[in-house]
Design a protein around this ligand. Structure first.
Ligand code: FES
Length: 562
């Protein structure tokens, strides 16, 4: 399959012809000769940072991608983007910059790409926001593009147990509630994340990388090899080569990122029990691609797609285990065989999803413990559900893959920040049966919807098994338990979550898709009438700028011109 139009290169208008001599002079300054200058110019946009393991090695991978691109007659040039390392920002002011960084990455890729008249784009990412940031840029620029992931870390081992970073967060809860000693906590800390690469479970980074394949924007099989795998190098080199075919066939990002491709991405998300953050990111990427995707699409697909993978945090296995049995293509093939995946959509292979999957060779190994057929799933419906109701008129998100509780009714205990909630748990204010409400942590209120992993891990670590959480902030992909996030509208813009009071009853009803504040409508309206907005946390600088531009979670929390 191929696009009907030939792709018109952008670089000739900037670098060819007599009048472009000054521009060419600068390419000569970096060692390019005539042959290099007149080849298609490929941007290798690389989210790179030494400040954490997730993107520590991506600059090395960028050089591998360049090598591949050069082998097929292209001129590749690397430019970096920023990275916020989620785990290091977690539970601090740093986390407010995380979602902000997604849109900044998209902006940085766009600015450098257009300013230098590149022809095609390879994006390399790792940590949570880097994959969606890259995909947003690809959708926005609409040029031949391929995304390749930096790979996840190998899991750690302690006392015969497989560890991920999630275990360190939960060990803190266990330490605070005196279930483990400081030395035990140190042992977990020392072993949990033993190599470079992203968090090992099917948390947000691995979820988004897997979605890259399901969307058709990454080479099949490229998401699951660990950062340390030699197959990672191979996939990155192949990505460098594959971009040449897209240029030749005239296949641009939006030819691939169609509504049907997003349906496939959501299908994979539901089947694997991936991170709730993917809801936000897919809405944002779709918006950049000009595709009308809504929360209702997620709920519709969740009801028809079973959970067929057992991956942490909801299941037992990590990305490296999935890789050993066939990676994302194994899941995609199961979904295609079950009639749940659209095989006619285009991919970066220059072929349809069905054709590309048919050509992909799976290892012949038993895999029923990790990935099952759609007829014998781990759960009959998808990993994420959308809830609506008097507490979230525009929607909220719950990850059902990570909990067996589908109905929860309890009294609210309300905190106006993540910090206050953490202290509340430390002070034993939170009791079994309660619904912890954390508000003013939404896209504008946070700003940046910080993730509540510190709080959710503290709840789990303290052995509070019968506590739910409702927030206008986000959850980490590593979160477990009955946790509802992305409540929209958020408290900062006067959503009903702003007027919940201690002791109010809240109902979480997954089966019927409801999130209700069980107070009469008249009382809610009266409270909303009396509600006064809070002073913003930031009045200057990036976070203040972001808060003024960002939309609600139900729209993907994208920044848009006023
Ligand atoms: Fe980077 Fe988890 S902190 S992927």
């Amino acid at each position: 399959m191929q696009s009907s139009k030939k792709y018109e290169l952008r670089s000739p208008s900037r670098y060819h012809g007599v009048l472009n001599a000054p521009h060419r002079a600068f390419l000569r300054s970096i060692g390019l000769n005539d042959i290099d200058i007149y080849k298609p110019l490929v941007a290798v946009a690389t989210a790179w940072s030494e400040a954490g393991p997730c993107n520590y090695h991506t600059l090395m991978l960028a050089n591998v991608a360049k090598e591949g691109a050069r082998q097929v007659g292209l001129t590749p040039l690397v430019y970096p983007t920023m990275v916020v390392n989620d785990n290091i920002g977690m539970g601090s002011e740093g986390m407010r910059y995380s979602l902000v960084s997604r849109d900044l990455i998209a902006d940085m890729v766009e600015a450098q790409f257009n300013a230098h008249a590149f022809d095609a784009l390879i994006g390399i990412g790792g940590c949570d926001k880097t994959t969606p940031g890259m995909l947003m840029a690809m959708a926005r620029l609409n040029v031949p593009s391929i995304y390749v992931y930096g790979g996840s870390a190998e899991p750690g081992f302690y006392k015969g147990m497989k560890l991920t970073i999630e275990d360190v967060h939960e060990a803190i809860g266990a330490y605070l509630s005196k279930k483990i000693s400081e030395d035990e906590l140190l042992q977990v800390e020392m072993r949990a994340h033993p190599t470079v690469g992203t968090c090992a479970g099917m948390f947000t980074a691995n979820t988004m990388a897997s979605i890259g394949e399901a969307l058709g924007m990454s080479l099949l099989g490229s998401a699951s090899p660990t950062a340390t795998s030699s197959r990672r190098i191979m996939y990155v080199r192949e990505t460098g080569k594959a971009i040449s075919q897209l240029i030749e066939l005239g296949i641009k990002a939006r030819d691939i990122m169609t509504y049907e491709a997003f349906e496939n991405a959501i299908t994979l998300l539901m089947a694997t029990g991936g991170s709730t953050n993917a809801v936000l990111h897919l809405l944002a990427i779709a918006r950049e691609a000009g595709v009308k995707l809504t929360l209702d699409d997620f709920d519709r697909i969740s009801k028809r797609v079973p959970l067929i993978a057992s991956l942490r945090p909801g299941g037992d296995y990590v990305m490296a285990d999935l890789d050993a049995v066939g990676g994302v293509p194994l899941v995609l093939k199961k979904l295609l065989e079950g009639g749940l995946l659209n095989g006619d959509v285009l991919t970066v292979h220059g072929k349809t999803m069905k054709e590309a999957l048919e050509e992909y060779k799976l290892p012949n190994v038993p895999h029923d413990n990790i990935v099952r057929d759609v007829k014998h799933p781990f759960k009959p419906t998808g990993g994420i559900r959308i809830l609506k109701g008097s507490l979230a008129p525009q929607g909220a998100v719950i990850k059902v893959a990570a909990t067996n509780i589908t109905r929860f009714e309890g009294q609210a205990i309300v905190y106006d920040s993540e910090d206050d909630a953490f202290k509340g748990i430390e002070n034993n204010e939170v009791k079994e049966g309660m619904v912890v409400v954390i508000r003013y942590e939404g896209p504008k209120g946070g700003p940046g919807m910080p993730e509540m992993l510190r709080v959710t891990a503290a709840i789990m670590g303290a052995g509070l098994n019968n506590v739910a959480l409702v927030t206008d902030g986000r959850f980490s992909g590593a979160t477990r338990g009955p946790m509802v996030g992305h409540v929209a509208p958020e408290a900062a813009v006067g959503g009903p979550i702003a007027v919940v009071e201690n002791g109010d009853k809240i109902l979480i009803d997954v089966e019927n898709g409801r999130l209700e504040l069980e107070v009469s409508q008249e009382v809610i309206e009266k409270r909303l009438k009396d509600w006064k907005p809070k002073e913003p946390r930031y009045k200057w600088g990036l976070l203040a700028k972001y808060a003024s531009l960002v939309s609600q979670a139900s729209e993907g929390a994208v920044t848009k011109p006023i």
